[in-house]
Design a protein around this ligand. Sequence first.
Ligand code: GCB
Length: 603
Amino acid sequence: MKTRLTILLCVAAFALSVQAKEVPLLGNVMARETMSLNGEWNYIVDVQEEGYYDYRMNPTRWGFFQNAKPQRPEDLIEYDFDKAPKMKVPGDWNTQDDRLFFYEGTVWFKKSFQATPSAETRTLLYFGAVNYDCRVWVNTREVGHHIGGFTPFNYDISDYLKDGENVVIVKVDNKRKAEAVPTQIFDWWNYGGITRDVMLVKVPKTYIENFKLQLEKQSGPKAKKREISFKAWLSEKAAGQTVTLSIPELKVKLPLTTDAEGQVSTTFSVPAKMLQLWSPGNPKRYQVELSTTGDFLADSIGFRTIETRGKQILLNGQPIFLKGISIHEEKAHGGGRANSTADAHELLSWAQELGCNFVRLAHYPHNEYAVREAERMGILVWSEIPCYWTIAWTNPDTYANAERQLNDMIRRDQNRANIIIWSIANETPHSPQRDQFLGRLAQYARSLDQSRLISMAMEVTGASNYKNRLHDNMHEYVDVVSFNQYIGWYRDVNDAPKMEWEVPYDKPVIVSEFGGGARYGYHGAKNQRWTEEFQENLYIENTAMLDKIEGLCGTTPWILKDFRSPRRVLNGIQDYYNRKGLFSDNGEKKKAFYVLRDWYTKK
Ligand code: GCB
């Protein structure tokens, strides 16, 4: 009886020490006062989660997050972070330790840092992304648990810090699960680890949590004034605070007073003549500043409108053809997760060489550097959450997870002029449950952001006598009807020239994928699989076929570069790479590159 009581007390004490301190996502983290925690972190590979569960599979209070050290010679402690090897954060573990190339499981990370907490400020611990499931402790106290591998999150750790040395420990688990988003199967490498930046962010006690600034839809091409709407919210429901918005180049300076929710919102106008609109040909951005008595935030923001009219997509009121390409977040050379402006620049320059004005950042939200670099270079973006293939449509936790990822994707990037499409899914099997799940997601996206288009990559559902028909109940929810098709690769080899298309909706159409595989340097006849000639011919026939689709407003062929995938096992050809790239994994151009480039030149 006594033992049971002790156990209960221990469990209660353990539960009390576990307090979630997650706070809503901080917008525009790059403009804040930060201290980077990037660099070398010690790591311990923990196949059986020995550092979290005891031998009865109950969470143990003696886990690795205690960062324990023997106090007496006879003490038994079977781990030691300080003797463990180190790896780079941000970074995936698969490409940093040969033993972990195929590893899917738990790895613990530890970093020490110096702090001087002050009562006047708060400190947030910000993670750009951790794949997939992570728990975080600061000075042995758990601060939070996060799932989802491609979106940022932050904890207020002010009350956990001490003067001098502090320790942060992160348990990362990238095991695939049926109820996860993405689910158990997906065609890309499941890179594990702390894959994006980690930092401490110093903010005042009440800080500007996020804001949204956007150009309202055209009031007609001849309008003398342009309307811009602005909304900002503080971290606390503090009424009567002044938030000043200024855009010096546009001579805007607006002091606004917060309401009971700690929010300000307004719409103001600027002379149309004065405002240069952001576009691929002129990616103009304005310096925007927000200030309160204790906080200051600056960003470079572009103004543009995006809308549809019948089967057209209009950028700044003008029809545009989206010359796109799909991209995975993998480094241009050698693989591994990309996470820097330089990584992004290399991939995006290749896209520009192809003649692209648009990229599909597949199949999950890419890092913020990539989105910002594309914006600076004048490249429009389709951004997506990983609702890919067979999601657990009836599981409420899965829905909550997907919605959370959508929320954080939008909240992070809502001021990026180049993002024009939020995509909520890719190639999902039809069912009423799916429609309900995705319909809800589409409505949620719209409730957060009415200034962009919503789409998803659908599939061709019926084909007979060379007639392809798209039917998807989700057509009602999207602004742009997009679909993937693999004629010439997975089906109907040689038949692309005969194909007809029917997309029975009065909405713009994007072909969000087409393509086929080729091993760079492998040559042969055009009907020989895996040769560059096969892929070249596929692009010739597909582009001619796509020209016949009524309302085609853009394409994002699959894919810019060969990328790692565990599903691609063919020795000597694939070697764990999906070979549908127009560039090889070493950056060499395949013949099909030139076909697409020439087609885009004519568009
Ligand atoms: C698709 C998927 C993409 C795959 C591609 C392929 O339809 O959307 O993730 O990698 O096909 O290569 O099969």
